[in-house]
Design a protein around this ligand. Sequence first.
Ligand SMILES: [Zn+2]
Length: 403
Amino acid sequence: MSGVFGGQSAAAAPASGASGLFQLLRDGRPRTRAELAAQTGLARSTIASRIDGLLALGLIAPVGDAISTGGRPSSRFAFNPTARVVLAADLGATHATIGISDLSGTIQARHSDPIDITDGPDRVLGWLADSGRELLHSAGHDLGDLAAIGIGLPGPVEHVSGRPTNPPIMPGWDGVDVPGRLRDRIDVPVLVDNDVNLMALGEVAYAWPGVQHFLFVKVATGIGSGVISSGVLQRGAQGIAGDIGHVQVPHGADTPCRCGNRGCLEAVASGPAIAETLRRAGLDSPNGADVIARVRAGDVQAIQAVRQAGRDIGEVLAACVSLINPSVIAIGGSMAQAGEHLIAGAREVVYARSMPLATEHLSIVQSRAAADAGLIGAGVLAIEHVLSPERIDALAVSEAVGF
Ligand SMILES: [Zn+2]
């Protein structure tokens, strides 16, 4: 299979319309009309007209030739991921990365800039539109090739409307119609989600294709998670499913948290919290980056502090394991660079606290997509929209009536 897709797309494959045929072909394996007829049970004439429709849309292309039983070559068809591209954007508090991805999820070109998310939506989305256009052109495409834009934001987002909801570190963004504002500049569908949700999508697509029950944990300035259950990203009623940073942990005691409560996971196990632990132990440890440097240098106090943070995270993950029974938990975000010590602490508690059946086949691992998880996920979000059965059927109908 080419590209980075797995279970997310394979789950929804109705056998009707052009989309049903297309979802079969999305695995990249070339098939003849006869093979498609046998696989779907559809009449040869129906297959032929749907193939013509998908060829006209450019979404599939003939590849090579198979020798049919009569000795006559018969064309085979496969997904054509280069038909269109999407623009993916991973916007952080102080740093943004954009990428151009083909429809298989392969990033073709990328660009990063320092930004300040507190500059507000006009400035940041203006930067995104301008840089996106430039990147598109430098990658040899024009706006006509662009099928959609996927954006990850560092705060809660109502995914259906693409509006941030009370984002704590994004003053000026609350309730803003991000898709609408961006479409004023580039008129294509715009999909928006929380950055950790997109990291979950990106990590599964990149490293765990086909995994249906998955948890991504981001440990950085804050702590959050993205939940995939039965192959579907779980956003919850208000889009904040997976917000595990403010669950109280036993070791948290009276430690105050920025949310106003005490003893939250984030208050004891985030990058700044670990740095604070080291400062209390008399070390000059200004931030999470310093903690990582100390761990890499073999500083025992730093290693112990990171391992304890891993155990605190493990306390909350043990509850998550009971609730959603994931087969993979990937830990990412900047503090995951502290390596195995954080993971080891989390494993220690999860394996001790969870039912044996839940952990028998559970992997707790470091994120493999690492710093790219959010960018890949933003691309996946856009591509899933572009290649959704509803969109393909709608496109096929427009094509058939001559639009
Ligand atoms: Zn809190």
